[in-house]
Ligand binder design. Structure first.
Ligand SMILES: [Zn+2]
Ligand SMILES: [Zn+2]
Length: 218
């Protein structure tokens, strides 16, 4: 479920946001999307946190970027607010390999883990290309070189349109140029490719979800 801005509201005192109504369940044939923890960076106290996403699609319970947060409860409490335990999470997607987006992955013992070139579960490493990989009927991955060469965008088809989880933007403001990007042209190409999908909402690496506009850095 995606509230597209107007209905997005803080739902707790832990900084988590819900983009939809937690009472609405899987009674539709598309994915529902929520933000478990809203990330941040550039603070004077040098704290940095990943925006952690939740996608539910049929039997799939997908967490995106369980990285740096104040503590495990910052992810587990909002998850439990949706009636989901850590063991219920079926899939975890890493937008890329940096620790601020991966550090809390071990909270989910039953999950398959996804990056740009493989799936991991238990001690199984299964090679596959992320590009076009279908996690569930309405959720797929895209290999989008940009912030790193290993970037993966997660694309969810929701009742309100496509929602894209990606580190091609840190926040709605960009930055216009990513100082970590190994190749600037690839970053701009990745952003253009994502915007061509006409997403209703982008969930960036470190900020609130935002609907792309003409002023979105590309
Ligand atoms: Zn990074
Ligand atoms: Zn990051």
């Amino acid at each position: 479920m995606v509230g597209m801005g107007a209905t997005a509201a803080p739902t707790g005192n832990s900084g988590s946001w819900s983009l939809g109504r937690p009472d609405v369940r899987h009674d539709r044939d598309v994915a529902s999307v929520d933000v478990l923890f809203e990330g941040y960076l550039g603070r004077s106290d040098h704290r940095v946190a990943s925006t952690v996403g939740l996608i539910r699609d049929g039997n799939a319970v997908i967490v995106v970027d369980p990285g740096l947060v104040p503590g495990p409860r910052s992810i587990l409490d909002p998850l439990e607010g949706f009636g989901i335990g850590a063991g219920d999470v079926t899939d975890v997607v890493f937008s890329h390999h940096h620790p601020d987006h991966t550090l809390n992955a071990a909270l989910f013992p039953e999950a398959r883990f996804h990056d740009h070139w493989a799936m991991y579960q238990g001690d199984l490493w299964t090679d596959r290309d992320a590009d076009g990989f279908q996690l569930s009927p309405d959720v797929s991955l895209l290999h989008t070189r940009g912030h790193t060469d290993e970037d993966v965008a997660t694309i969810a088809r929701t009742a309100e349109g496509l929602v894209v989880f990606t580190h091609a933007w840190w926040t709605a403001q960009g930055p216009a140029e990513d100082p970590y990007a190994p190749d600037t042209a690839s970053l701009h190409q990745a952003r253009a490719g994502i915007l061509e999908l006409q997403p209703a909402l982008i969930v960036p690496g470190h900020g609130p979800a935002f609907p792309p506009t003409a002023s979105t850095p590309r």
